[in-house]
Design a protein around this ligand. Structure first.
Ligand code: ZN
Length: 328
């Protein structure tokens, strides 16, 4: 099984998802090492031997070691990622409950992806005009909007519901997706209506939930997905799926979706947001996997300062080097 996973995940193509490689005259490919900071490439990949080696930090190994290092996951998790990438079914525990849960979470990931696609199509289509105007006002470029999968939920009671049913998603999947709510009469309606939509990605880049913002001053300003079988609040950091590839030696925690997006657009690609004002223990543990150095960049208002102080405490408890960005 392990051999098959290795055979079906060609190392150069896997590495190229993370590192830009150049084939020099030699038999090896070279690129900037993703595991240490450098300006000249000393990270090599041998297509014939299917191994990588860095002449700078001396990290090396096969495709499984590479995924383990770059995704900060355990060996079994690395195998899982590569098996999924190659479309290989790993043997599953002989347990009906486990099998059902795993099947449902797979379908929920597909539901979220389809919803994200649909929200994006609404944004770029004719009825997305108000959302397009809003993004223009906030100086978010169309390319940035696409990169973050920003979308638009039209002001309609059941447009997404109809779309997902037409796409063949089951009533159970629709019911537990967190994308809908029940009226007093027991009918399902779209939870997000007339809102700018931000897909929330897990660290591997899968959509697990959404945040939706109004386009005017009405309240509530933000609605977020409730917890679902694939989304637990306080366990994700918005933007970490992109920020983890930053070459900076720190991560900057900012308050909201649009703060993260604006910073990435400005080239500060190590920004993440805590999704809710207070940083949680789990988020601190997650951050610690990627960096020791954190900069907190919350708003200068009272709520922002209070949240910054709380975050400081949690991060200091995880033995991290924390500083606070003061914006006048
Ligand atoms: Zn290196």
């Amino acid at each position: 099984m392990i051999e098959e996973i290795k055979n079906r995940n060609e190392l150069v193509s896997v590495v190229e998802q993370y590192v830009t490689l150049d084939r020099k005259s030699s038999a090896n490919y070279f690129g900037l090492c993703p595991f240490h900071r450098e300006d000249t490439p000393s990270f090599s990949v041998s297509p014939s031997k299917q191994i990588f080696y860095c002449f700078g930090c001396h990290k090396g190994g096969n495709v499984i070691n590479f995924i383990k290092e770059i995704e900060h996951v355990s060996y079994p998790q690395a195998l899982q990622i590569l098996a999924e990438r190659a479309g290989i079914a790993l043997p599953e525990p002989d347990d009906e409950g486990w099998r059902k849960r795993s099947e449902l979470s797979k379908r929920l990931h597909e539901t979220m992806l389809e919803a994200a696609r649909w929200f994006y199509m609404q944004l770029i289509g004719g009825q997305g005009k108000p959302a397009q105007d809003y993004l223009r006002k906030r100086e978010i470029s169309p390319a940035t909007a696409k990169r973050f999968g920003i979308g638009y939920a039209p002001d309609n009671w059941d447009a997404l519901l109809k779309h997902l049913r037409a796409k063949g998603f089951s009533e159970e999947e629709i019911d537990v997706s967190g994308l809908f709510k029940r009226t007093k009469q027991g009918n399902l309606i779209d939870l997000f209506r007339g809102r700018l939509m931000f897909p929330i990605f897990d660290v591997l880049g899968k959509v697990v939930a959404f945040g939706g913002r109004v386009l005017d001053d009405s309240l509530p300003k933000y609605i977020n997905s409730p917890e679902t079988p694939i989304y637990t609040k306080g366990r994700h950091l918005y933007g970490l799926n992109l920020a983890k590839a930053s070459r900076a030696d720190n991560l900057i925690i900012v308050e909201g979706y649009l703060d993260v997006i604006a910073m990435h657009q400005a080239g500060i690609d190590q920004a993440v947001a805590a999704l809710g004002t207070a940083l949680t223990e789990q988020q601190a543990i997650l951050l610690r996997k990627y960096t020791e150095k954190i900069i907190i960049g919350f708003d200068a208002d009272a709520a922002g300062q209070k949240a910054a102080l709380r975050g400081l405490e949690i991060l200091a408890g995880k033995d991290m080097d924390v500083s606070v960005l003061m914006v006048p």
